[in-house]
Design a protein around this ligand. Sequence first.
Ligand code: SF4
Length: 437
Amino acid sequence: MALFRFPGSLERYFTGTGLLNAVEHPDFSLLSHLKNNSLYVHIPFCASKCWYCDFYSMPGVKEEIMEKVCTQIQAELDWYVMNLGVASFATVFIGGGTPSVLPGRILKNLFEKIGKTGKTLEWTVEANPETLDNDFLDICKGSGVTRLSLGVQSFHDELLAGLGRRARHKDIMHAMELLSTGWQGDVSLDLITGIPGQSREILFEDISQAMSCKPGHISMYTLTAEERTVLHDQMAARKITLPARDDEALLWDCAVDFLAQNGYSQYEVSNFCKPGKECLHNLRYWLLKPYCGVGPAAVSTLQGAINNKVLKKTNLECNILRIHNPHSIEDYCMGREENWNRRPEEIRPKEFLLENLMMGLRLASGIPVKEIKSRFGKSLEELLSGLWEKWCGRGYAITDGETLRLTAPGRLILNRLLEEAALAIDDAEEIIIRTWD
Ligand code: SF4
């Protein structure tokens, strides 16, 4: 599942300004060999489509199509391993979609392939309660999976029905029972706030029930009505209304306090954990470390040039390439001969700097000072021409010499601060990416 979208108010900085630079007929042979990659695998299938979901996932797909896609995922993985010279991945995350919807035979085959890429620090798999069973757990245990992320969202049947979720309270309790008796690895649970009809009491019950399973990690997202979803249509037809922004914010703050009182610290805007239980894969993602994404609709961000004619590579700078996989099973399954119909995009230095802020400032621990310095050859204070100091003066940001981070009030207005940063970066002199790994 997608973790982060560029806020709509910021997308304009990347359109019509020449910053986006997609190339139609790329030469992929110029990817740099990086030894420190993560792997994301997108499984684009679900049992049914939730009413709020705009992720790329198809409901009710036949087994033979699932097999075809998973065969191509394995082929694309081979391609990355060969072209990047990958010995092993630092972290692995299998998301979607719903990986647990895959038939056991296909899942086992895919996981065996991924397991052969070598030892990893953390291997997460997403699952939904209604498709989590003992066979699924056995395959995960046998393959080296270390962490399961369960999409709960709520424990209340009326709310689950209102979200178009397939699982009900009894399915969730059954899945949690299976996890507590048959799974020794780490567990993360997903919850949603701001569901119509979800009072403060109901939300606290949801959080309490989630905590009763003793997960090391809880992700909590606010319900939003994305375009082209049933929820969006329901809102447009005035059949449903989401809580007012202020009410939602109040509810959110209470939930964050409640989690903190129970030992779950907010290490990222939407993520909470017990000490040492952060999601390593997502930490790497928020710190913009290189990652390969395989499968339909996956995205990779790697070091490399699209081709020498388009990008001039010098010893003093490095180029960053984002590869977008097609949002189409058919296009993706055209396979290696058509390069899986992937579309490369050059990430220019100014854009990369803004992405560093968009992602890293979501973390309570912020961005390491040395990371910015080694990536851009300058301090953030220099790169933002005085803006960072202004934020510090207003109480929105702190620097302690080692990290650059926002305060709690700063994180509350993250999007506004990012808009200010985007303007400062737009106005800045040339920025160069020196190194990235
Ligand atoms: S299970 Fe997850 S990916 Fe699938 S439709 Fe629901 S929210 Fe979307």
